[in-house]
Design a protein around this ligand. Structure first.
Ligand SMILES: Cc1cc2nc3c(=O)[nH]c(=O)nc-3n(C[C@H](O)[C@H](O)[C@H](O)COP(=O)(O)O)c2cc1C
Length: 730
């Protein structure tokens, strides 16, 4: 199978640099903590940034015998190198307002020293630095190829930021995180390369020179530095470093390294003798260092930390995806060649799973003694003896051809066949995408228009590699060919998570309201309770349908109303005993039976009774008094549930049941009417902090809430307390 150039580059770069990137990312995680821990030290003095330099110089001169230099680091800590009054030479952090010492210089912790060395040079000095520089560049290239892969996956650059459809955990989060960390990774890699180039002196040299501003005057105009205008106009936020004059010689200047320029200042009169602007290269070096290390900024250090962690995740998920793709790749060893086979199977596949289906068909046909040849759509060529063509193709991007099918359209136009072939196209896709099986439609149209091909059976689409849908196509196709094929389901790659299976252990007949009960037994041990939801997505459908679960023993009870055009209810109605279905249990904590209330009122209409059937038959529930109000059409409707209700009564789990029938001649009442009749009971439950649970239609819920509100006002003199109400209505 051809893999795209972008994926190939991305993977090759990842494999070839993996060990270095792993080391760089791991040490990057550690190093991100260094600026954070430094920033948390208490040496930054409030408002120091707006203090003017003349003030700091003055206090330092008064406090110490001699000041050699001051430096303001990335953390805004002011460092002074002084000779103390006791004659000692010392360097420490000072308070720039008072000149007093506030702490000793931070020693780099051994862990940070170790991580820095490993990160910068792998302990290999210049060789290591060069390797890291190159790896940084390769990581940048990997980011670029990653951008192209995301664009391809999304169906173009325009859709780069549109919603990513979740198929599996690794590809999904690889792409999602890739989009979030794209800019930080570009910054980290580009600055990494820049810093390496700087170390090897490969950057252009700074062309700026010191320019004389005022010639030094021989006459001392003023010998009072704190009065110098130039120092008054500079705040500490501008300063990186100040070197004090070494002697009283007029040729010895104050050397001020500011962020954007360097100044020489006459020590006697304060005139700026010469000035040098900071060049672009030096500015870029400063920015590169900051952006690469995060020094001085907790927020940027956190961004760098997350970026390094993401790189580790990319490595894990990228390799997991590659392994998974390899597992999916199916090898087919053709026993016949393209010119001797009667049956040709052409496959369009991006991640390999479609080959599994092709292999199943290949094996089944070979077992029948047929001559078969399997190949990729991009390998389309002439087939001398072929009479039947089957195309199995996935769709990728957003309705585009998978990578091994991109040339098919051209090839099919260029290459004529000797025979006329009967063809059938099967599309493998996902309903989650707008262009569901779109490429299969294109292939089908191309073959339809081609004079060498006649349709056999119409295009068949398969959602999410459904084996059932595949079997359905096999039986239709083999019937059209007068074949009896025994097709084995393609093996799912190891590690593919399949949805849980449930066995149908009971199913009632449909009653007069087209309602029925289904009892399902989970194939695997499952944790769920009444009130949770069961999500069912019928084959070939993308939209899930949620049903409220009633739990009896270890099984699930569903109450279903069959709607004329309801896909899911019709599907469930076709189930027979011992059929297996796939479904997912979804927790619905908001509708679990209360654990502490002494009295519970359960109100339902129609199939909304399902969770209550489970709750009132749960032997393990803490004893509470349960009252069930149910509304249906006729007495006949109720028969569906009567057995389970009687059981609950007999085991004393149900204290009262109040039925209302809307279509019964003798009654004609709704569940709301029963509530009004039992308003004393309702008021008592509300008053005693009981819980009222409602399940069924929204219309019923609205009517019921109105009645409850009225009862609360009239009987308790207050508004209904909604924290006592739980609903699950649709
Ligand atoms: C990134 C991505 C894009 C996809 N785009 C589409 C699409 O546009 N239309 C569609 O029907 N299926 C789409 N699919 C679903 C695949 O076609 C489907 O899962 C198919 O069975 C994969 O087959 P393969 O493993 O042989 O490539 C897409 C899947 C992925 C991962």
């Amino acid at each position: 199978m051809t893999i795209s150039i972008w994926r190939y580059s991305h993977l090759t770069l990842a494999v070839s640099t993996s060990i270095f990137i792993l080391l760089a990312a791991l040490t990057g995680v550690v190093l991100a903590f260094e600026p954070i821990s430094n920033q948390l030290k208490p040496y930054a003095v409030k408002d120091a940034q707006s203090l003017t330099l003349d003030k700091t110089i003055a206090v330092l001169k008064a406090e110490y015998d001699e000041v050699i230099q001051i430096e303001i680091d990335k953390n805004d800590f002011v460092q002074a190198d002084v000779i103390t009054k006791a004659g000692d030479s010392e360097t420490f952090y000072v308070n720039p307002f008072t000149g007093k010492k506030i702490g000793a210089i931070i020693e780099k912790a051994p862990i940070f020293k170790f991580a820095t060395n490993l990160h910068r040079s792998l302990f290999l000095k210049s060789t290591g630095r060069a390797i890291i520089g190159v790896v940084s560049f390769l990581l940048f290239l990997m980011t670029v190829s990653g951008v192209f892969l995301i664009a391809k996956r999304q169906g173009g650059f325009k859709a780069f930021f549109s919603k990513i459809i979740k198929e599996d955990f690794n590809p999904y989060y690889h792409s999602i995180l890739g989009r979030y960390t794209l800019i930080p990774i570009v910054i980290v890699t580009v600055t990494g390369v820049y810093l390496s180039l700087e170390k090897f002196s490969l950057l252009p040299t700074d062309s700026h020179r010191h320019e004389v501003v005022v010639m030094p005057s021989a006459k001392a105009l003023q010998n009072n530095t704190d009065g110098f205008n130039v120092f008054k106009s500079i705040t500490l936020s501008d300063v990186a470093h100040v070197e004090f004059p070494f002697s009283e010689d007029e040729e010895d200047y104050f050397i001020l390294k500011l962020h954007d320029r360097e100044l020489f200042v006459n020590q006697n009169n304060g005139t700026v003798v010469s000035e040098k602007k900071t060049g672009f290269v030096a500015l870029a070096s400063g920015w590169s260092l900051f952006l690469h290390t995060g020094e001085g900024s907790v927020i940027w250090s956190l961004v760098l930390l997350l970026t390094a962690l993401s790189i580790l995740f990319f490595m894990y998920s990228g390799f997991a995806m590659t392994l998974n793709r390899r597992k999916k790749r199916v090898k087919i060893e053709n026993k016949f060649n393209k010119d001797t086979a009667e049956y040709i199977i052409l496959v369009g596949s991006e991640t390999g799973s479609t080959f599994g289906f092709a292999k199943s068909l290949y094996n089944a046909l070979m077992a029948q003694g047929k001559s078969v040849f399997v190949s990729e759509l991009n390998q389309y060529t002439t087939y001398k003896k072929a009479k039947h063509l089957v195309v199995f193709t996935a769709t990728y991007g957003d309705g585009e051809a998978p990578t091994n099918a991109t040339n098919f359209e051209r090839l099919v136009g260029e290459i004529p066949q000797q025979n006329t072939l009967q063809y059938s196209v099967v599309g493998f896709g996902s309903l989650a995408y707008q262009g569901y099986c779109k490429y299969a439609l294109i292939v089908d149209a191309l073959l339809q228009m081609h004079y060498n091909f006649v349709p056999n059976i119409k295009l068949h689409k398969i959602h999410n590699q459904s084996v059932e849908a595949f079997n359905y196509w096999v039986s239709a196709w083999s019937k059209s060919k007068n074949l009896t094929l025994d097709v084995e389901a393609p093996l799912k790659p190891k590690g593919t998570k399949s949805k849980p299976l449930f066995k149908v252990v009971n199913k009632t007949e449909m009653n007069t309201d087209a309602s029925f009960l289904v009892e399902l037994e989970p194939a695997r041990k499952s944790k769920f309770t009444s009130g949770d939801l069961l999500s069912i997505t019928p084959e070939n459908e993308s939209v899930e349908r949620l049903y409220s679960i009633g739990k009896t023993d270890k099984n699930i009870i569903l109450s279903i109303k069959k709607h004329e055009f309801g896909i899911c209810s019709n599907y469930l109605n076709t189930l027979k005993l011992n059929d297996m279905i796939t479904a997912e249990i979804k927790q619905n904590k908001g509708f679990h039976a209360p654990t502490s209330a002494k009295e519970v009122v359960m109100i339902a209409n129609g199939t909304g009774i399902a969770p209550f059937l489970g709750m009132v038959n749960n032997e393990n529930r803490k004893p509470s008094k349960n009252y069930l109000f149910w509304g249906g059409r006729t007495k006949e409707s109720y028969k569906l549930y009567s057995k389970l209700i009687d059981k609950a009564f007999n085991s004393r789990n149900l204290s009262g049941i109040y039925l209302s029938f809307s279509k019964e001649e003798s009654q004609k009442k709704y569940v709301q009417n029963s509530l009004v009749e039992k308003e004393d009971l309702i008021a008592r439950v509300l008053k005693n902090n009981g819980i009222i649970m409602i399940c069924g239609s929204i219309a019923m819920m609205n009517g019921v809430l109105e009645v409850l509100e009225n009862i609360s006002y009239s009987k308790l003199g207050k508004a209904l307390n909604m924290s006592q109400i739980k609903t699950d209505c649709y």
